[in-house]
Design a protein around this ligand. Structure first.
Ligand code: GSH
Length: 208
């Protein structure tokens, strides 16, 4: 029997993306927490030399980088149900995942989420200038996704794909901040996609 261990904290967006495909496919796994607010242990760095989360261990073999992990899981436990069949659909899915990685994650999570949700919870004052600078970057990234997504009802049409699983956890944190209306003001399709997909049972389970 395959033994799967996922390393990372339950609050991480990327960990949530991986947990969603595991949940959607009824795959059993152990979740081993990693404290991302302190230095990583040598033991963890041996699994992930960059110290990021998540890392996935499958029968003793370690895999890191979320996209590699979810594409692997879609192949071995998802029967490719989360990847479009045709090449352009596959390319669009990977394009959206890359937009999330390279242009959306940092202003949304490293700036807005940290400044609006984490800093005040520790008694600090949000850096309003950093927040204001992050907003147009998020608008550009969400606008780029809006331009290629149908959102009918999923980002790429009638099947949920890895692209949806990538974007949902980031949208959740943005939706908890006052910036949500500003960043989705010009993306009506994404706004309605988010309003319907955020009740998906696997998502509610993973964020619960
Ligand atoms: N390229 C990595 C990015 C992962 C990532 O940025 N994870 C965040 C948590 S959502 C993290 O490890 N943050 C802690 C840190 O940067 O020290 C991937 O695709 O897995």
């Amino acid at each position: 029997m395959t033994q799967i261990t996922l390393y990372g904290p339950a609050i991480s967006t990327y960990v949530r993306t991986v947990r969603m495909i595991l949940t959607e496919t009824n795959t059993s796994y152990d979740l081993q927490p990693v404290d991302i607010f302190s230095d990583r242990s040598q033991e963890y760095l041996a699994k992930h030399p960059f110290g990021k989360v998540p890392a996935l261990e499958v029968d003793g073999e370690i895999l890191y980088e979320t996209r590699a992990i979810v594409e692997y899981l879609d192949a071995v436990v998802g029967n490719h149900a989360f990847t479009p069949d045709e090449p352009m659909g596959q390319a669009r899915m990977r394009q959206i995942m890359s937009i999330v990685d390279n242009y959306l994650y940092s202003p949304s999570i490293s700036v807005i989420t940290i400044q609006r949700l984490i800093v005040p919870s520790q008694g600090g004052q949000p850096d309003e200038a950093a927040i204001q600078a992050a907003v147009p970057k998020i608008q550009t990234a969400l606008g780029a996704i809006e331009a290629i997504a149908t959102c009918n009802p999923y980002l790429l049409g009638n099947m949920i794909t890895l692209a949806d699983l990538y974007l949902m956890p980031v949208m959740l944190y943005l939706s908890k901040t006052p910036e949500i209306d500003k960043v989705t003001g010009e993306t009506p399709k994404l706004k309605s996609w988010w309003e319907s997909i955020n009740q998906r049972p696997s998502f509610l389970q993973v964020i619960g």
